[in-house]
Design a protein around this ligand. Structure first.
Ligand code: PGA
Length: 252
């Protein structure tokens, strides 16, 4: 019933040329594997090359961020309209690296989410606790708070275009993966927050991904959990064989 979404997050990796080569190599490897949606979220400069290379394939292209204003004096930023016109379908919002290094707050995450949804983009909204927050016992409180804040003023009918990615900050890029049980529990807290804010039907139908060192070795176990409806994958999305193995796990 819930759609499984396997999304790569390339972060600040790959050039336009490498992007085209990567997608040309990946396309035949994931062709016909339609039990999940397959998305690559790429740096803004790589978007035209990615969209072009993905034409006629089952790979969809996402961006890694979007600004919340429609246009104006915001040097260096990219609007939702620009992304849509470039052929982008998904956008990552509120990644912990943006929160950590670029001053992203729950408020700006919310504004970006609203702008993305208004433009018809699918928003992959990231939430997650730091190790300190986990050790203090705040994981559930924090995940529910971040989820509700990110989705404030989102209309019920827009929720079909929302994916929430639970990404424990301590598991991102560290090689330390949450156990399947921790992932399932975290995703469950996200789903409970959706239930509290939007009702049980909404909670049952929303896709909640896990992210944080998901790879070809652990994807099958993570994806087997009832609350894990896909993955947001950093490092392993930069290798066609590893990314394909994760797609395969979602298609098993
Ligand atoms: P990782 O990144 O898979 O390299 O840990 C995940 C993410 O940041 O989305």
């Amino acid at each position: 019933m819930r759609r499984t979404v396997i999304a790569g997050n390339w972060k600040m990796n790959m050039t336009p040329k490498k992007t085209a080569e990567f997608i040309k190599a990946l396309a035949p490897m994931v062709a016909g594997k339609d039990k999940c949606d397959i998305v690559l979220c790429v740096p803004a400069i790589d978007i035209p090359a990615a969209v072009e290379a993905a034409k006629g394939t089952n790979i969809k292209i996402g961006a890694e961020n979007v600004h919340f204003k429609a246009s104006g004096a915001y040097t260096g930023e990219i609007s939702a309209e620009m992304l849509v016109e470039a052929g982008v379908e998904y956008v990552v919002i509120g990644h912990s690296e943006r929160r950590q290094y670029f001053g992203e707050t729950d408020k700006t995450v919310n504004l970006r989410t609203l702008a993305a949804l208004e433009a018809g983009l699918k928003a992959i909204v990231c939430v997650g606790e730091t190790l300190e927050e986990r050790e203090l016992g705040y994981t559930e409180t924090l995940l529910k708070y971040q989820t509700k804040m990110a989705l404030t003023n989102v209309k019920a009918e827009q929720l079909k275009n929302v994916i929430v990615a639970y990404e424990p900050v301590w598991a991102i890029g560290t090689g330390v993966t949450a156990t399947a049980e921790q992932a399932d529990e975290g995703n469950g807290f996200v789903r409970a927050a959706i239930a509290e804010a939007f009702g049980n039907d909404a909670a049952e139908s929303i896709t909640v991904q896990y992210g944080g060192s998901m790879n070809d070795g652990n994807a099958a176990e993570l994806l087997s959990k009832v609350n894990v409806d896909g993955g947001l994958i950093g490092g392993a999305s930069l290798k066609t064989d590893k990314f394909t193995a994760i797609v395969d796990a979602a298609n098993a």
